[in-house]
Ligand binder design. Structure first.
Ligand code: 16G
Ligand code: MG
Length: 543
């Protein structure tokens, strides 16, 4: 077929470095940008096949999120705006690793296995972050799409969640919103303004928020967003990309891991601040108190605020809907305890990675999911959304008010994936409606001090975990060693897991004091080093 000749010709222009092996991991492919040209081309091919297979628009996002500027990456987005399925992740890895002369065979194998009708039309949406390498890498994706005769729409610079949103809008014939950047702002800002209308005694001071844009795409998009907010939110934007380097000592990942404010930002005592990550799918909040202490409000605190708000609204609306919070092993023990014991909501724990949380959240009427690192959103089942909609029509008084608030809350949330912009609008609306300060929000529960470290080992796959990564089942003796160390400290917990994005083993520890959490993390790191084949001379845990 002529189609395949084009693939061969184009593929030769995007050669694979011989012997290079990469894996479609938790967040797609991610590595140094110089190694990714052939991957991008091939993901253009694969997205086109996926589109033919599903008879729907597929998304391809070029970004390496919070990684350094030199890296890049790519992720496929399925028709409803969710992560691509595990089977296709497998195809992505196979196609990416086929040697140059085997690309066509690898492609045909997928076509055959999936019984793809090649005369079916294909549509692919493409987006990219602000990295200097993103421009040419996204062109390579476009080459892949056109080599198989697919149509494309290039959104250019967008956040990852914006691209997910576009894909969903397109495949639901506008039911979810309009598949344009303007449509995105219109939908979310309209819902935000409807929500904050109810916050009559919110002062101008309370409407102020400092945002750290991580010198990335989120900063550009916050600028665009501002004009749609009608002064309901006053944003001071820092790390807007004009001077600093992407993700360098700033952004949500830096703030969460270092437990410090970003550089490049003025953090006035008591003021509400937040940080986005490099592709704006994560957000964390923080402030410093009058003594200069830093207070982080991470994904766990965000999930707690949102689920409390939703639960109150459900009670006021008299709606009997099941609400659950989905977390990972990284969730602070205090948050889990508070949610279960005080809030009385169902709590589920899944493996790290958005797709696992998303999947678990789909099992409830309302599933609030957040990773401690600030990635998260809320999913509402079709039935739940219909019940809320019905109630806005059938009720009056307090019940109607609650139903309307619920409906606007549904509309301010990007249900496709965690979204820093949409999460920020939701959090700001909740604080305004409840007349709550960031200090009051922070005081809902007190985090247990925690520490995260990473250890280099010769092969991190020797670590195998169970029970949503909370227990190490191999290598032999490691879990026992962790257990013995944990017992030395008060209210302590620790687990280890191989990273899905870096060649390291991650260590997490929490305990009743920072000193204990630090000591425990250090001791567990040494145990990993000893039992799992640590490398690099003197065992030195890396931050
Ligand atoms: C990726 C995941 C994130 C997870 C992180 C863990 C997605 C979209 N992103 O960034 O959810 O927390 O990996 O990284 O799934 P790690 O395996 O290196 O600890
Ligand atoms: Mg990200």
């Amino acid at each position: 077929m002529a189609q395949f000749q084009d693939v061969s010709k184009q593929s030769a222009l995007h050669p694979k470095p011989a012997g290079l092996v990469l894996q479609y991991g938790t967040a797609g492919f991610r590595t140094n940008a110089k190694l990714l040209d052939h991957i991008m081309f091939r993901m253009g091919l694969l997205a086109t096949l996926r589109s033919k297979k599903t008879n729907a628009t597929i998304g391809v996002m070029v970004t390496a999120s919070h990684n350094p500027e030199e890296d890049n990456g790519v992720k496929l987005v399925d028709p409803m705006g969710e992560m691509v399925t595990p089977t296709w992740e497998g195809y992505a890895t196979q196609l990416a690793n086929a040697e140059q002369e085997d690309v066509l065979a690898a492609l045909k194998e997928i076509i055959e296995k999936e019984a793809i009708n090649m005369s079916q039309e294909a549509d692919v949406f493409i987006g990219k972050d602000t990295r200097s390498s993103s421009e040419s890498l996204s062109k390579a994706v476009l080459d892949g799409v056109s080599a198989l005769g697919g149509h494309n729409k290039d959104y250019g610079l967008v956040t990852t969640p914006q691209l997910h949103y576009m894909v969903r809008c397109q495949n639901t014939q506008g039911k979810y919103g309009e598949a344009t950047v303007e449509g995105y702002y219109t939908k979310f800002c309209h819902a935000f303004i409807q929500l904050t209308k109810n916050a009559s005694n919110c002062t101008d001071d309370q409407k102020h928020l400092s945002v750290d844009g991580a010198n990335g795409i989120g900063a550009l998009k916050v600028r665009e967003l501002e004009s749609h907010l009608k002064k309901e939110l006053h944003i001071s934007l820092f790390n807007d990309g004009s001077a600093g380097k992407l993700n360098h000592q700033c952004g949500a990942d830096f703030v969460k891991v270092q437990q410090n404010p970003p550089t490049g930002m003025t953090v006035n005592s008591g003021e509400r601040c937040c940080s986005f990550d490099g592709d704006a799918d994560r957000i964390v909040y923080y402030y410093t108190d009058s003594e200069g202490h830093f207070h982080l409000l991470d994904g766990d605190k965000i999930a707690t605020l949102i689920s409390t708000f939703l639960k109150e609204l459900l009670t006021q609306a008299g709606l009997d809907l099941e609400i659950a919070v989905v977390q990972t092993a990284y969730a602070n023990g205090s948050s889990t305890n508070y949610l279960e014991e005080t809030m009385k909501v169902i709590v589920r724990c899944t493996k790290t990675g958005v797709k696992h949380l998303h999947h678990a959240a789909q099992e409830f009427d309302i599933g609030v999911y957040f990773e401690a690192n600030g990635h998260g959103t809320v999913l509402f089942s079709e039935a739940a959304q219909e019940k809320v909609q019905q109630l806005t029509e059938d009720s009056s008084g307090e019940r109607k008010r609650a139903a309307l608030l619920l409906q606007n809350t549904i509309d301010v949330i990007n249900q496709t994936v965690g979204d820093a912009i949409s999460d920020m609008l939701l959090i700001e609306a909740i604080l305004a409606i409840k007349g709550m300060t960031i200090q009051q929000w922070d005081a809902m529960y007190e985090d247990l001090p925690s520490r995260q470290l990473k250890v280099k080992v010769s092969d991190r796959r020797v670590i195998d975990t169970a029970d949503a990564e909370r227990r190490a089942v191999s290598p032999a003796g490691l879990q026992e060693a962790i257990g013995a160390l944990v017992r030395k400290y008060g209210r302590a917990r620790s687990f280890v897991r191989p990273s899905g994005t870096e060649d390291v083993v991650r260590v997490y520890a929490e305990a009743d004091t920072q000193e204990s959490a630090d000591a425990l993390a250090h001791e567990v790191s040494l145990a990993v080093y000893r039992l799992a084949g640590g490398v690099g001379g003197e065992p030195k845990p890396l931050h």
